[in-house]
Unconditional design. Sequence first.
Length: 320
Amino acid sequence: MKTRILRDIEVSEVGMGCMAFSHGYGQIPSEQYSIEAIRNAYDHGCTFFDTAEIYSPNLSGIGHNERIVGKSLKSVRNNVAIATKLFLRVGPFGDVYKSVREHLEGSMKRLQTDYVDLYYLHRMGSAPVEKVAEAMGRLINDGLIRGWGLSQVDVDVIDRAQKVTPLTAIQNIYSMVERDSEAKIIPYCIENNIGFVPFSPIASGLLSGKITPQTQFEENDDVRNWVPQLSRANIKGNQPIVEMLKDFAAKKNATPAQISLAWMLHKYPNVVPIPGSKNKERIIENLGSSNVDLTENEFTELENALNGLKVYGHRGLGGF
Ligand SMILES: NC(=O)c1ccc[n+]([C@@H]2O[C@H](COP(=O)([O-])OP(=O)(O)OC[C@H]3O[C@@H](n4cnc5c(N)ncnc54)[C@H](OP(=O)(O)O)[C@@H]3O)[C@@H](O)[C@H]2O)c1
């Protein structure tokens, strides 16, 4: 697969979000299936894997997902980039470095590795971002992380952090129906050599065209019950976007999910999406978006069509 550089870390142009093997999209697969799916993605050229310490069934514990990712990638560790994230519960006067380091050591143990490629603060808490940036800079110097990032942040926070320790990547929600980051954040990232890693790039499945107003989500641990674009009314409202995507995909001999990813890859040179799926075949389908090259005319056609369609539901940077 083609690769991209997140500041100085080379990764496959499309990465893999591993969350759903532990949390967020209903029943989780067996550990064996999850490990096979991750290895299969690697065999198809994926070298960028996204996890977080908090990804566990019902968010009730720590490390379920990191353990699976660690087991899956142990034997190919040096050929892949692993990204994980921490939640920091330390106030303005706490020892931020000590606390971040403790979290990191836990993650490294579960991931069976002695370094993490990309370490994100999952959400801003009460610690000032400058202190977090300083701690991350020390961890880079310690050789424990190769780079660092922030998730769900706006440009002023990014700028404050960047001035202390240059960022490797920003991981925000971004898709054809969640475009807040286009105004200031992605341009800032391009200008400052920061990668941009969109999460929920298929809008939690909406842009695959497989979800209809009749689709029943699961009762337990399924974020689709509250993703704004996926309420019954909004699935209906968003049908014109899905239909446009389906028509375009048919002409291009690709799938709607692939087109939604190819669109962002074409649009920005620093974007590396991390679609999530707990289904082996769909994971490979999503990685295949790297082979769907859009011409300038095709891209403009998509962009114009999108700009002319109303999006129903908005999660934005404030949402969990
Ligand atoms: N930083 C953060 O705060 C944050 C928040 C959320 C997620 N993330 C990361 O981002 C990754 C991706 O986000 P996400 O999983 O929320 O959203 P997503 O990739 O937009 O969508 C995942 C959903 O779409 C379905 N899907 C994926 N590919 C499909 C395809 N080709 N055809 C049909 N359906 C498809 C999946 O169903 P199946 O499983 O049935 O295929 C799943 O229900 C996560 O794994 C996680 O690593 C980060």
